[in-house]
Design a protein around this ligand. Structure first.
Ligand code: NAP
Length: 315
């Protein structure tokens, strides 16, 4: 039986596969462990069940490897919070939770597509603040989602789940990824895709190549009536540039679930018009979050039983 650090509270029942193991519990009130606390514990546990708010860097992994740490199981499909190269160098497994959150995250992307295109946030804010004078034919005129051209950047599991939803809205779907998919709608050049779409939805991982993938130059390639949706990771978009594009009217609207410096949000984005902003709830349904926790625990249980991890992350 192993000793497992669980860094944050998880949905009830999510750690069932680790029954019998010695669990180092999260801090009360879901306060994250500090980097210093994590570093001090790294060598004294066999496994860490981590969340995307934990920075698992080279020094922590080296301290872990000098002790008994065998596996870091991230309760997320993204793993930009973990130095996977360092983990591989020191022989520690890293795992993620692919596949189980595709549909829920695609639902969130579609929620943002609909809400941003139809200006739902600005309209609701006026209603709640008593600023709605009653029905008017020119009020809150948005962009039709049905029949629009949707560009999916990052045509993997979640991007494809968004495309399936778009079919039900009679949308034309274009997609971009680094490798040609050989499927209809593939656009090799991201700049070209941005110029051809009414709505662009981002679904790439975050890494050095995708940091500020959508910057001021690329925002300027989008049509002035276009809408940007980001449920990938905050730093994929230059948040300050996006805020300026919205303030200036250079971009029609945006739907954003993830931010560059969570939980901070750029003040110019907070005050931007036609922006729907959600606090990183992409995979946040009860069933999906439970499945994510269970899969992370399954990965730890496998490694501690001397078996290969079920969902290894490789660089
Ligand atoms: P996935 O199946 O690995 O798909 C990622 C896609 O991005 C692949 O098609 C990949 O194709 C493409 N890609 C990678 N680098 C690219 C680049 N530089 N330019 C263009 N395309 C690129 O991943 P997934 O499971 O769909 O998840 C995608 C991301 O969503 C995760 O990494 C995570 O950060 C984020 N996410 C967010 C939430 C949330 O709560 N908001 C929830 C779940 C996931 P190529 O390799 O051929 O380029």
């Amino acid at each position: 039986m192993g000793r497992v650090l669980v860094t944050r509270q998880l949905p009830a029942g999510g750690l069932a596969p680790l029954a019998g193991h010695d669990l180092v519990a999260p801090k009360p009130d879901d306060v994250p462990y500090s980097s210093a606390e994590m570093l001090a514990m790294a060598g004294e546990v066999d496994a860490i069940v981590s969340l995307l708010t934990d920075t698992i860097d080279a020094s922590l992994l080296e301290a872990g490897a000098a002790g008994r740490l065998q596996v870091v199981a991230n309760v997320a499909v993204g793993y930009n919070n973990i130095d996977v190269a360092a983990a591989s160098r020191v022989g520690i497994h890293v795992t993620n939770t692919p596949g189980v959150l595709d549909e829920t995250t695609a639902d969130t992307a579609f929620l943002l597509i609909l809400a941003a295109c139809r200006l739902a946030h600005d309209a609701e804010a006026d209603l709640r603040a008593n600023r709605w004078p009653g029905w008017g034919i020119n009020q809150y005129l948005g962009l039709d989602v049905h029949g629009a051209t949707l560009g999916i950047v990052g045509y993997g599991r979640i991007g494809r789940a968004v495309a399936r939803r778009a079919a039900g809205f009679s949308m034309t779907v274009l997609h971009h990824s680094r490798r040609a998919t050989g499927e209809p709608g593939y656009v090799a050049d991201l700049d070209e895709l941005l110029g051809r779409c009414d709505i662009v939805s981002l679904h790439t991982p975050l890494n050095a190549e995708t940091t500020h993938l959508i910057d001021a130059r690329r925002l300027a390639l989008m049509a002035p009536h276009a809408v940007l949706v980001n449920t990938a990771r905050g730093p994929v978009v230059d948040e300050a540039a996006l805020a300026e594009a919205l303030h200036s009217g250079r971009l029609f609207a945006a739907g954003i679930d993830v931010f560059e410096r969570e939980p901070e949000v750029h003040p110019r984005l907070l005050s931007a018009p036609r922006a729907v902003l959600l606090p990183h709830i992409g995979s946040g349904s009860r069933a999906t979050r439970l499945r994510m926790a269970t899969i992370a625990a399954d990965n730890v249980a496998a490694v501690l039983a001397g078996k290969p991890p079920l969902h290894p992350v490789h660089i």
